[in-house]
Design a protein around this ligand. Structure first.
Ligand code: G3I
Length: 335
């Protein structure tokens, strides 16, 4: 009888421990965080990837498939197929979807720059935003309407769009987006814009404050947060930045989080990477105007980083073998 009782006790403890193992995506949802990853069409067609994504995240964004060159490759042809596959996979798994992106200086379809008339180009931009947002109405909760519109010194990026129309084209894009889907959250997204006090970040704040004062329908900004582990990181400066947008009544979304490390990564670098992830998540959990925290990739197995920053990589909280790092476990504990 004694052995039976002992076996029953051990079984109970094991069941209890198994029950305590939080499913990251469910823990994030319970904590009210849209915790996500940028995915590819390949991810959305692969059952193993879908399992990895749905276990760890409750939100996805298309890394490339909603960009103009892919979704509207010809002036009179929209290719919704791949983005539909991504959105339908997400929605059928109870996940949220972010939309990325409309007006940007990169990955426009080649024909766009051949539109010579300003009136025609502006009307075509309106058509593009309207058609895409109407197509995904009710499926996509938040859009990066405009992306990377500032230079590092805080001046406006001399992009194709800015050179043609000036800064008013960005306000126009938000007006069009709001008309297309009044329920969607509309975001101005950028990188190196996280620290209050930096030229680029303060320029974005000034511009967005003016948009709010003019009644332009903007709901928030995106901090891409493409960080490097061995560069300065100021949790305080990021929090101050988040808070000043909160004072404007605006959301701040963490839209493309990754923390690249020099490869091969040392244990110290991986530990520091974890601390940065957890500091960012602490801001998201303690600042009321942050509810979106999306990584730019599912795992270290597929990331843009090495192609752009040779000698750096492993920027995500799931490793090359699709195993959660200590960082992921630490973040799940924070939920
Ligand atoms: O699909 C083509 C393929 O057919 C072709 O064989 C191959 C080689 O030329 O290129 C493939 O397209 C590549 C595409 O990624 C899909 O893999 C493009 O060349 C490549 O330029 C593109 O890079 C993307 C990059 O944005 C473009 O600037 C990255 O995947 C994507 O992660 C990156 O994401 C950006 C965000 O949108 C904005 N914030 C910064 C972030 C990182 O750069």
């Amino acid at each position: 009888m004694k052995n039976f009782k002992k076996a029953a006790f051990v079984l109970a403890v094991l069941l209890l421990l198994a029950g305590c193992k939080k499913v990251p995506s469910k823990a994030a949802t319970k904590a009210g965080v849209n915790f996500g990853a940028a995915i590819t069409i390949g991810d959305a067609l692969n059952q193993e990837q879908i399992k990895l994504i749905t276990e760890n995240f409750n939100t996805v964004v298309a890394e490339n498939n909603m960009k103009w060159e892919n979704i509207h490759p010809k002036k009179t042809f929209y290719n919704f197929g791949d983005m539909d596959t991504i959105a339908d996979m997400a929605v059928s798994n109870g996940m949220k979807v972010r939309g990325h992106t409309f007006i940007w200086y990169q990955q426009n379809a080649p024909y766009v720059s051949s539109i010579k008339s300003d009136d025609e180009l502006k009307a075509h931009l309106e058509e593009h935003i309207t058609k895409v947002m109407e197509h995904y109405k009710g499926k996509i909760y938040e859009y990066d309407v405009a992306n990377e519109i500032f230079e590092e010194d805080g001046s406006f990026r001399k992009s194709f769009w800015y050179n043609r129309f000036g800064e008013e084209i960005y306000e126009f894009a938000f007006e069009v987006a709001h008309k297309a889907d009044p329920d969607a959250i509309l975001i101005l997204n950028d990188y190196n814009n996280e620290n209050a006090g930096d030229a680029k970040s303060d320029a974005q704040y000034k511009f967005v404050k003016k948009m709010v004062e003019k009644g332009v329908p903007i709901n928030g900004i995106g901090l891409q947060l493409h960080l490097q582990e061995n560069l300065p990181f100021s949790k305080d400066a990021i929090r101050k930045n988040v808070q000043r947008y909160g004072e404007l009544g605006l959301k701040v979304s963490f839209t493309e989080v990754d923390v690249r490390v020099k490869t091969p990564a040392t244990p110290e670098a991986v530990k520091h990477q974890q601390e940065i992830f957890c500091d960012l998540l602490d801001i998201a959990l303690t600042e009321p105007n942050v509810d979106t925290f999306v990584f730019w990739g599912v795992s270290d197995a597929h990331t843009w980083v090495p192609g752009t920053f040779p000698g750096y990589g492993d920027p995500l909280p799931i490793d090359k073998d699709n195993k959660p790092k200590e960082a992921m476990k630490a973040m799940v504990k924070m939920f």
